[in-house]
Design a protein around this ligand. Structure first.
Ligand code: NA7
Length: 552
C-alpha cells in the first residue's frame, strides 16, 4: 500500500521512520541524524515527547531506578549541565529532562506529535516502509524503528456497566494533563502493581475514603528515596564515569554490587542481618541481595518470608497484613515494587482493602463498583491496571512485512525475534527494547542505548557494503527464540502469572518474552554477531541498485 497523505496532513520521505518519542525514539533520532547523517522522522502519538513519562502523570509517579543511572550517556555536556535532585526522579523531573534533551539537541524539528501510527507496510518492490497515522500523516522510509516501549499499550479492565458510572474514571497510564482534584472524594483504586503502590499512599491523606481493589498482592520493599544533598551530588559527579562503566558491564544495568553469595551460604542469623541491612538501603536492589533468589525456591523463600515478616510489622491488623502478603508466587517472579509508606497506608481509618481475588468485581453502577460481596460508593475510579506489555504497542498497529504477512500472524504463537531487534519476514524493521531483549528485566535505559548503538553500527556497515536491506533469517530467529526460552527455563520467572509471560491479557500466548540471560551476556552476544560480520542477518542491495563487486 502506498502512503498518500490526507489533505492538510503531512507526508515525510526520509531514510528512517521512528515510531515513538520516548527515551528510545529520541536516542535513535539523535544517533542516526547527528552521528550518521540520515534523515529521520519520529511519529509520536502523544502531544509531546516523553513516552511513558508523558502519559504516566499520576500522583506519586516516579522511577524505580536511581536517577543517575536512568539518564542518557552519549553527551558529556549533557551530564555536566544536568543535576538530578532526588535519588529516584519524579515523573515531572524526568519529563523536564526529556524536554531539555529534545531542546538541547534540536530534536523537535524531526518529530511529529499527535500522530498515532495505525499501519506500516513493507514495499518489497521498492524496498521501503510506508507508514500511516490516525490523523492522516504519512511517512516513507527505508527503515522503520519501533521505539514504542514495553509498557505503553494501556490495559483497561472490562467492567460491565462502567459507562453508567456517574463519577470520573482515570487510568494511571493515561492521566489527565490538568490537575485532578481528589480532595475530599471517595476514590477506588483497582490494581496493586508498581503504579497502584505509588499512587495509593500519595493520595490517601487527601481523599475522604480510599478503597483499594486488590487481585494479587505484590512484594514491595522501601524505596528510600530522598532529596540528594550537595555532597551526594558532588560524589555522584566524581564517580560518574566509573559508575557508567559498571552499569554497562553489569548483568542488570543497575549500580547494585553483584554478590557471589547465595542466600543459603549464610546461616539464618547472618542472612537476617543481611536482609535487614538491604531493607534499610537497597530499594529495588533488594532483589539482588543474594545471587540465587530467582533460581532457587529455597533461597527465594528466605527473602519472601523476610518481606512478609516486614509487612506484618508495618500493618497493624494481622488479618489485613495477611491479605497484603503475597504467597502464590515467588518473590521477583512478577516485577517487584518499591514503595514509600504503602503498607502503612492501610493503617489509616479512611483506607479499606477489598480482596477481589475472593470477591471479584461484578460491575459498575451510577454510584460505584459492585463485587460479589457488596457495593462501594465512589466519586472516582482509578485504574492502575497496567499494560498489554511488550507486544501490545507493536501489535495494535497493523504491521505488514514481506508477502503480506502481518506481525500479528507471524507472532500468533508469541513474539519471535532475533536478538530482540528484528523479526524474520520484516526487512529493515527494528524494535528497541522489545521482546527477546533484556529490556524489562534490568535498567531499560542501558538496553536502549546498547540497541541504538548496535543498530546504528549495523546500518552504517550495511550502507558501506551497498546492502541496505537487512533481514533476520528464519533460522537465526528460531535459534534466538530457543535461546530466550532456555535462559528463562531455570528461573522462577516461569512460576507467576506475570506480564513477562503474557499472563496479563486474556488469550495472549504464554511465552516468556524478555531475555533473562542478563544485559552483560546479551551485549557480548550482540558484539560477537557484529564481529562475525552480522551472522544471522541476510543483507542485500536495495531494489534497483546494482551491487558492485568489491575487490577482495
Ligand atoms: P502492573 O505491574 O501490570 O500491575 C497491574 C495491577 O493491576 C496488578 O495488581 C494487576 O493484578 C491489576 N489488574 C490488572 N487487570 C486487572 C483486572 N482486570 N481486575 C483487577 N485487577 C487487575 O502495572 P503497573 O502500571 O502497576 O506497573 C507497570 C510497570 O511500571 C512496572 O512493572 C514498573 O516497571 C513500572 P494481577 O497481578 O494481574 O492479579
Amino acid at each position: 500500500m502506498s502512503a498518500s497523505p490526507r489533505p492538510g496532513t503531512a507526508h515525510h520521505d526520509v531514510d528512517v521512520v521512528v515510531v515513538g518519542a520516548g527515551f528510545a525514539g529520541l536516542a535513535m533520532l539523535r544517533e542516526l541524524r547527528d552521528e550518521r547523517g540520515m534523515s529521520v522522522r519520529v511519529l509520536e502519538a502523544g502531544d509531546d515527547v516523553g513516552g511513558v513519562w508523558f502519559w504516566n502523570r499520576y500522583p506519586g509517579a516516579r522511577c524505580d531506578v536511581d536517577s543517575t543511572d536512568y539518564s542518557y550517556t552519549f553527551s558529556a555536556e549533557l551530564d555536566a549541565e544536568w543535576d538530578w535532585s532526588e535519588r529516584y526522579a519524579t515523573q515531572p523531573e524526568i519529563l523536564r529532562y526529556v524536554h531539555h534533551v529534545a531542546d538541547k539537541f534540536d530534536l523537535r524539528r524531526d518529530i511529529t506529535t499527535g500522530a498515532r501510527v495505525t499501519r506500516a507496510d513493507w514495499d518489497d518492490a521498492e524496498g521501503h516502509w510506508d507508514v500511516v497515522c490516525e490523523d492522516g500523516t504519512t511517512a516513507r522510509g527505508r527503515y522503520l524503528v519501533m521505539a514504542t516501549g514495553c509498557l505503553s499499550a494501556v490495559k483497561r479492565p472490562d467492567i460491565p456497566g462502567i459507562e453508567e458510572f456517574a463519577g470520573q474514571v482515570l487510568h494511571t497510564a493515561d492521566w489527565p494533563r490538568e490537575p485532578v482534584d481528589l480532595a475530599g472524594k471517595r476514590v477506588g483504586v483497582i490494581g496493586t502493581g508498581s503504579s497502584g503502590i505509588q499512587v495509593i499512599p500519595r493520595i490517601a491523606p487527601e481523599v475522604a475514603e480510599l478503597v483499594v481493589f486488590q487481585r494479587t498482592p505484590a512484594f514491595s520493599v522501601p524505596a528510600h528515596h530522598h532529596v540528594l544533598s550537595d555532597a551526594e551530588r558532588a560524589a555522584l559527579r566524581l564517580t560518574l564515569a566509573q559508575r557508567r562503566e559498571q552499569l554497562r558491564s553489569s548483568p542488570t544495568g543497575l549500580s547494585v554490587p553483584v554478590t557471589k553469595r547465595g542466600a543459603l551460604d549464610d546461616d539464618e542469623q547472618a542472612r537476617r542481618a543481611h536482609y535487614e541491612e538491604q531493607w534499610r538501603t537497597a530499594g529495588f536492589g533488594f532483589l539482588l541481595a543474594y545471587n540465587n533468589l530467582l533460581v532457587s525456591h529455597e533461597a527465594n523463600a528466605t527473602a519472601a518470608d523476610f518481606i512478609r515478616s516486614k509487612i506484618a510489622e508495618r500493618v497493624e491488623d494481622p488479618e489485613l497484613a495477611a491479605k497484603l502478603s503475597p504467597s502464590s508466587y515467588p518473590y521477583g517472579a512478577k516485577r517487584p515494587c518499591v514503595d514509600t509508606g504503602y503498607y502503612e497506608t492501610f493503617n489509616r481509618e479512611n483506607v479499606t482493602l477489598v480482596d477481589i481475588a475472593d470477591a471479584p468485581i461484578t460491575g459498575a453502577t451510577a454510584t460505584g463498583l459492585t463485587t460479589t460481596a457488596g457495593s462501594h460508593d465512589l466519586d472516582v475510579v482509578v485504574l492502575a491496571t497496567g499494560f498489554d506489555a511488550m507486544t501490545g504497542s507493536l501489535l495494535r498497529p497493523t504491521i505488514t512485512g514481506r508477502d503480506g504477512v502481518t506481525l500479528r500472524e507471524h507472532w500468533s504463537g508469541g513474539p519471535r525475534t532475533y536478538l530482540g531487534l528484528m523479526t524474520a519476514g520484516f526487512p529493515n524493521m527494528f524494535v528497541i527494547a522489545g521482546p527477546g531483549s533484556p529490556s524489562l528485566l534490568g535498567n531499560v535505559m542501558v538496553s536502549i542505548e546498547q540497541h541504538v548503538d548496535w543498530v546504528s553500527a549495523l546500518l552504517a556497515d550495511s550502507a558501506a557494503a551497498g546492502t541496505p536491506v537487512i533481514e533476520a533469517t528464519a533460522e537465526a530467529e528460531a535459534g534466538w527464540v530457543d535461546h530466550v526460552n532456555a535462559a528463562a527455563a531455570p528461573t522462577l520467572y516461569m512460576e507467576a502469572a506475570s506480564y513477562y509471560l503474557g499472563a496479563e491479557v486474556e488469550g495472549k500466548p504464554r511465552v516468556f518474552m524478555p531475555y533473562a540471560g542478563g544485559l552483560r551476556r546479551y551485549r557480548r552476544e550482540c558484539d560477537a554477531v557484529a564481529a562475525d560480520g552480522y551472522t544471522g542477518f541476510e543483507r542485500s542491495p536495495a531494489p534497483g541498485d546494482v551491487r558492485v563487486p568489491q575487490p577482495a
